[in-house]
Design a protein around this ligand. Structure first.
Ligand code: PMP
Length: 424
């Protein structure tokens, strides 16, 4: 890899006009003690920076590109849509076509609506759930990320049933007073909270497989408890499948684990690399939305025709028989070999399907407190060693890595060899 001189200069220029030089904080690569890449283009597994370096990508736009970067059919469908007109603020048939495809994958989303980001999807889902139940309390889990809406920026405080402080400046205390944070994978804490306050809970939102504290799979008992307790207390269960949707199977985590939530949010893959996400669920809940019902929600670019075209082209490929089985087999083989490489080195691998995180830790973490115990300095050295070898892994200990269709066995062989060298 060359010096990344052009990226460094581009970063300086960006810093003059964009806070921190980035439009989303993690891109600054602060956690790993280096400066950002500036990308010129991408294809398949590879991203190319403006210094002509080529990297094997494991971030894949944070899980968007399960088919690989810049796939011909997707890019072509989007380009053709642009040529017809990129936005109208008026209905198009593509919205219904994609909605039907999403519902086919997620039958629990009896009705759904498109928005522009995962943040909007979760924010809107919660608003409808509150409108539907007439209750205020939202329960979330520590270390789960659901976008940057005010009332969701609460991660602090592992104590059970505590109303928490915001974990961002600029969020008034009052905005988070109805957000309750519980520890992930702690069935007992969840049962205790619902026993005392279940009838006040509007919604319980979770990542059915946590990915934003690094990959942390749920125990079956915990996942089943989320369904059982919300059903018993008339609370809305929301699976935030912005990452896991169309990733862990065509029908996401809910299909994989056989648990049906009341509402679901999807993003990333569904927009084929364009700004689109969706929230949906039971018909009677979704019909609370304006113009049918009293819960307001809207968007100038919602259901954008270019994003719809890219989403349709993407989902059509994911539906091909054997797509997930084949990819998962490759991921399982990769992870089994990786397990051997890290054995006895105080590094642990969590994975689920094609998502994985290597934790520089004393054990496989099962919740946020445990992932937070990871050695971030060691992780930073690992990240930079991998970058030197032309591999861009997700740049934080608290993120997942994503295997796509374009991560061929040959590429994965090279990656395993590089991991072995990088952790030495
Ligand atoms: N929910 C989950 C589970 C996510 O991982 C993310 C973002 N990574 C979001 C919501 C927010 O999505 P966006 O960044 O598109 O607003």
């Amino acid at each position: 890899m060359n010096e990344r001189k052009n990226s460094k200069l581009a970063f300086e220029r960006a810093c003059n006009v964009i806070p921190g030089g980035v439009n989303s904080p993690v891109r600054a690569l602060k956690a790993v003690g280096t400066t950002p890449l500036f990308v010129s283009h991408a294809k398949d597994t590879y991203i190319y920076d403006i210094d002509d370096n080529k990297f094997i990508d494991f971030c894949m736009s944070w899980g968007v590109f399960i088919l690989g970067h810049n796939q011909d059919t997707v890019s072509k469908a989007a380009a053709e849509a642009v040529m017809r007109g990129s936005s109208y603020g008026i209905c198009t048939e593509a919205e219904t076509v994609l909605a039907n495809k999403v519902r086919e994958a997620f039958p629990s989303m009896e009705k759904l609506r498109f928005v522009n980001s995962g943040t909007e999807a979760t924010m809107s889902a919660i608003r409808v759930a509150r409108g539907y139940t007439g209750r205020d309390i939202l329960v979330k889990f520590e270390g789960c990320y659901h976008g940057h809406a005010d009332h969701l920026l609460v991660a602090a405080g592992s104590s059970v049933a505590t109303l928490n402080n915001a974990s961002s400046a600029g969020v008034p205390q009052g905005f988070t007073q109805y957000t309750v944070v519980l520890p992930y994978n702690d069935t007992e804490a969840l049962e205790k909270y619902f026993a005392e306050h279940g009838d006040e809970v509007a919604a319980l939102i979770l990542e059915p497989v946590a990915c934003n504290m690094g990959v942390v799979p749920p125990t079956r008992e915990f996942l089943e408890a989320t369904r059982r307790l919300t059903s018993a207390h008339g609370s809305v269960l929301i699976f935030d499948e912005v990452i896991t949707g169309f990733r862990l199977s065509f029908g996401g985590a809910q299909q994989r684990f056989g648990i049906k939530p009341d509402m679901t949010t999807v993003g990333k893959i569904v927009g084929g690399g364009f700004p689109a996400a969706a929230f949906g669920g039971k018909k009677e809940i979704m019909d609370m939305l304006a113009p049918e019902g009293p819960v307001y929600q809207a968007g100038t670019l919602s259901g954008n025709p270019v994003a719809m075209a890219a989403g349709i082209a993407t989902l059509d490929q994911l539906k091909q028989p054997g797509f997930y089985d084949e990819l998962e087999e490759r991921a399982n083989d990769f992870c089994a070999r990786l397990e051997k490489i890290i054995e006895g080195k105080d590094i642990y691998l969590n994975h689920c399907g094609t998502m994985f995180t290597l934790f520089f830790n004393q054990k496989n973490p099962t919740n946020f407190q445990e992932t937070k115990a990871s050695d971030q300095e060691r992780f930073a050295r690992y990240f930079n060693n991998m970058l030197e070898r032309g591999i861009y892994v997700s740049p934080s200990q608290f993120e997942g890595n994503f295997i796509s269709r374009c991560h061929t066995p040959e590429i994965l062989d090279y990656v395993l060899k590089s991991i072995e060298e990088s952790i030495e």
